[in-house]
Design a protein around this ligand. Structure first.
Ligand SMILES: [Zn+2]
Length: 248
């Protein structure tokens, strides 16, 4: 895959020896890739990403991997809050309200090739290819509810736990029971926390709880299943079960 390196962003600094562990997927919410390039390369905007993929599937490398690009903002994953230092940021030229409101076939093919390349190079875990809304669920929605995560799981880039059966999660339920954690809500919160999500404030704050659940739901549960009883509970447990069984 060829990168276009004609445009470089001045918005980066040192990773301070932090290892690259995560990949964060964003959408630009801007009108087109040209505007996105000038935005992400403008010193005044103080934002950037390592890569930008256009609707035509062209990949612009704006910041070198070895540097810390500024894409995640205030964020959290697995106890770490400086997400920019440990991640690669990929922006997609997509705006839900613009003409570029499709995740095109070309864009997605380039994204998959890029993900595979970065994943291999830095030995990134399948559970660590994330949405901006995973690491900043209280502020961010991108890459949004139309992003085709199932296409990434079919390509084995991210965890696929669709095949896990209900009876397999009994082990986990027993484990929670042993620790006297009984309510489904508490089991959901602890599981989300073990998966990496920021659950520090959601015990006491129902608004934040709902925001996190929404971020999780739009990524992992299809619209037909939304209304099913206990769907969040079951999905989160299957997810955790799969994560515990998966090395990489
Ligand atoms: Zn974003």
């Amino acid at each position: 895959m060829k990168y276009i390196t004609k445009y470089r962003s001045p918005n980066y600094n040192s990773r301070n020896n932090s290892k690259i562990k995560l990949i964060i997927i964003h959408y630009t919410a801007l009108k087109d890739y040209k505007y996105a390039i000038s935005y992400l390369c403008s010193k005044e905007k103080k934002v950037s990403a390592h890569y930008l993929i256009s609707q035509d599937g062209l990949v612009y490398a704006l910041v070198e991997d070895k540097f810390r690009a500024w894409h995640a903002g205030q964020a959290y994953w697995q106890g770490i809050t400086d997400i920019n230092s440990i991640s690669i940021g990929i922006e997609l030229d997509y705006n839900p309200y613009g003409k570029n409101n499709r995740f095109t076939y070309k864009m997605l093919s380039s994204l998959k090739i890029l993900l595979l390349k970065i994943k291999k190079k830095y030995k990134i875990n399948k559970n660590n290819i994330l949405a901006h809304s995973d690491v900043a669920p209280f502020r961010k929605k991108d890459p949004g509810e139309h992003f085709p995560w199932t296409s990434l799981s079919s390509s084995k880039l991210i965890l696929n736990f669709k095949k896990i059966k209900k009876n397999e999660i009994i082990v986990l339920e027993k484990w929670f029971k042993n620790y006297k954690i009984k309510s489904k809500k508490n089991i959901i919160i602890i599981s989300l926390s073990l998966l990496g999500y920021d659950t520090r404030q959601i015990h006491k704050n129902i608004k934040l709880y709902n925001k996190l659940i929404r971020a999780y739901r739009i990524r992992y549960i299809n619209k037909i299943d939304y209304a099913k009883k206990n769907i969040i509970y079951e999905t989160v447990l299957k997810h955790l079960f799969k994560k515990l069984l998966t090395k990489n």
